[in-house]
Design a protein around this ligand. Structure first.
Ligand SMILES: Nc1nc2c(ncn2[C@@H]2O[C@H](COP(=O)(O)OP(=O)(O)OP(=O)(O)O)[C@@H](O)[C@H]2O)c(=O)[nH]1
Length: 292
């Protein structure tokens, strides 16, 4: 008896149950911890996809969500006629801003415009009017234009490439919610070599992708015909402008504003004549935009 008690007892190894309630419980707790039976993690890369099918499904769901967001019907709060769609034409000096506005006005109205002085509103469709505004080449003018532009046409002299004014305007647009932007290349007739022209076009297109974003629409005005841009090219641009979808920027949609197109001094002349410093009566004309 005494000898047997001193002998080392040989215990059986513990056998984990393979079936039954306790086995199920153990399995589920292991699953929760994310470890398999051999102690390895199922997904060692945190936040990475373990299944390509799942990843694809998630991706398509995210894309669907984004599309749904983009197609949310915008509620039109405007009363009566909608205000015109403001197209700001911007670019360095002598790039062809005035000429482009003149050609677009000629396309829409069949009228020759001698000089561009202030905003010009034209009817571009049954439900739409477009207002062309030439952006001044000073910082204050650019800031103003960035505040009210629905679409900005960035004119670039093809023979010179991107210039300081364009970069300045892009920076200003960035802090104003970034309205829609399209690029227009002018002075392309200065290239005599076709190969060089093609290369420059491609380079500028790539640059647009880098500076603004991939897929920005770019138009080419390849030269002048009787001192005007080619009709076919102006028509292309005009069509694009007149069918473009208009989504007001979120900040503007929440802050109604009036863009004054013109003002009139209606002070009685005798009062103004007797006292040059008298209080004046001014009437401001413009559209209330995104009224709520
Ligand atoms: N060869 C050529 N000349 C052009 C082209 N585009 C514009 N021009 C000429 O460039 C000159 C300047 O054109 P504008 O329309 O006055 O340019 P702008 O940008 O309004 O100039 P500023 O108002 O001074 O800033 C005009 O003589 C145009 O005929 C082009 O594509 N090719």
């Amino acid at each position: 008896m005494g000898a047997s008690s001193t002998e080392k007892q040989n215990h059986k190894a513990h056998r984990t149950s393979q079936s039954g309630a306790s086995a199920k419980k153990e399995k589920s707790s292991k699953k929760k911890q994310g470890t398999s039976g051999d102690g390895k993690q199922h997904n060692p890369k945190a936040f990475a996809f373990s299944s390509s099918v799942k990843a694809k499904r998630l991706q398509s769901r995210a894309a669907e969500k984004e599309q749904r967001r983009l197609h949310v019907p915008t509620i039109d709060h405007s009363i009566g006629e909608p205000p015109p769609y403001v197209v700001v034409v911007q670019g360095p000096p002598m790039v062809g801003k005035s000429l482009l506005i003149k050609c677009l006005v000629k396309h829409f109205t069949r009228q020759n415009l001698l000089e561009v002085r202030g905003p010009i509103t034209v009817v571009s469709g049954k439900q739409r009017r477009v207002q062309f505004v030439e952006c001044p080449n000073d910082i204050n003018g650019m800031i103003d234009a960035a505040k009210f532009a629905d679409l900005a046409l960035l004119l670039i002299d093809g023979s010179r490439g991107f210039q300081l004014e364009t970069f300045e305007f892009l920076n200003i647009l960035q802090v104003h919610g970034f309205p829609k932007v399209m690029g227009v290349l002018t002075h392309l007739d200065k290239f005599k070599d076709v190969k060089k022209l093609r290369k420059t076009k491609q380079q500028l297109k790539n640059r647009f992708g880098i500076e603004i974003k991939e897929g920005v629409k770019l138009f080419y005005l390849s030269g002048l015909d009787h001192g005007k841009y080619l009709k076919r090219e102006v028509l292309n641009l005009a069509r694009f402008i007149s069918v473009m979808k208009h989504h007001p920027l979120s900040w503007r949609a929440a802050h109604p504003y009036v863009l004054v197109d013109r003002f009139e001094d209606v002070t009685p002349p005798e009062r103004a004549h007797s006292n040059k410093k008298c209080d004046r009566n001014i009437i401001l004309y413009g559209y209330l935009r995104v009224a709520i």
